[in-house]
Design a protein around this ligand. Structure first.
Ligand code: GLY
Length: 341
């Protein structure tokens, strides 16, 4: 595939999202081009680092970075205050200064933890996102949301902090486990529903067995939509909230499952719940409703939950998306058009 460069221009930072094959090998020179140098810690997960860690470190060292890695266990439990504290201590032990930098090599958990560490270490150091899952490529690596979880609520402690660069190496998509790839499709379908009817059409005509061939086009569409949205509303006070479709229910389900459900799986159920709510309030027509639920199922995603609705609502009341005691649910109006309810 050809390499794609998508600019993201937010009030607090402008950067490029590069999508293409073999990009991890260019990590060091890309960072050097952006004026970075000195010490660099690659933060990664124990499942991702063995696959791409050495390539990243070699590239950084070739570009004269003093590069090293900190590797955490895989999974949501790493997005914790404990791991955040561990990373802060690691940076302090290595005498990291404000001119040094971090690289997040992995999925959403690694990106969120690393971004929050970068946002807060000595009040902010530069960092680069290298997403290696579909979910992080299309959603979490772009737009500067960084956070860790508290036991009571997901993403409760965090910051808006933009990366210097997002390097999405499409070769990494080859090694994504099937379940994670499917889970990533929940965010893709969400994007199609809230803002891209052409993407929705493409997805309807993509056989899951041939998904890999369509991924570059899918990633490009999602990143372009996300860039446009975060440029307009970096701080999530307006249009960006559309990206939360399915997330209020989804976060509650994910948390209730003790994180045994993947984020994307929970978002798929949450999207289906938001669509049901939209049909029952008359904002979404039944034909679009059927099309959205069929698309989720087409990619093997769940659309039902066994958890008690009241229990989910009490978890949802702790969500950041509650303002003045009111829950702002994103409800779809038609395919390609979401709105805040
Ligand atoms: N993941 C939703 C957002 O970035 O706003």
């Amino acid at each position: 595939m050809k390499n794609i460069v998508i600019p993201v221009n937010t009030p607090s930072g402008c950067y490029e999202v590069k999508v293409g094959s073999g990009l991890i090998r260019t990590l060091g020179e890309e960072m050097q081009r952006l004026g970075m140098g000195g010490r660099c810690v690659v933060v990664s997960g124990e499942n991702v680092f063995p696959l791409y860690g050495q390539t990243a470190l070699t590239s950084l060292r070739k570009a004269r970075f003093q590069a090293d890695a900190v590797v955490f266990p895989a999974g949501e439990s790493t997005k914790s205050l404990a791991c955040y504290g561990e990373l802060m201590n690691e940076l302090t032990d290595r005498q990291f200064s404000r001119s040094d930098c971090l690289v997040a090599l992995g999925g959403g958990v690694t990106g969120d933890l690393t971004g929050f560490a970068a946002a807060t270490y000595q009040r902010g150091i530069r960092f680069v996102q290298v997403p290696t899952t579909l979910l992080s490529a299309v959603d979490s690596s772009v737009g500067g949301k960084t956070a860790v979880n508290l036991p009571a609520a997901k993403n409760q402690v965090g910051a808006f902090y933009q990366p210097q660069l997002v390097l999405c190496d499409t070769d990494t998509l080859l090694t994504i486990p099937e379940r994670e790839l499917r889970a990533g499709m929940a965010e893709v379908i969400k994007d199609a529903v809230i803002g891209d009817p052409d993407l929705f059409d493409l997805l309807q005509h993509t056989e899951p067995a041939r998904l890999f061939d369509a991924l570059p086009e899918i990633i490009e569409a999602c990143v372009r939509l996300k860039a446009e949205i975060v440029e307009e509303d970096e701080r999530d006070v307006g249009r960006r909230r559309l990206l939360n479709l399915g997330h209020s229910f989804g976060h509650a389900i994910e948390q209730r499952s003790g994180y045994t459900l993947l984020h994307g799986e929970a978002v798929a159920v949450g999207t289906a719940m938001a669509c049901r709510a939209a049909v029952s309030t008359g904002t979404l027509d039944p034909v679009s409703f059927d099309a959205i639920l069929s698309l989720l199922r087409h990619f093997g995603l769940p659309t039902e939950t066994e958890y008690d609705a009241e229990e989910l609502f009490s978890i949802m009341m702790l969500d950041k998306k509650i303002a003045d005691g009111k829950m702002n649910l994103v409800l779809p109006r038609s395919i390609g058009c979401g709105f805040k309810g």
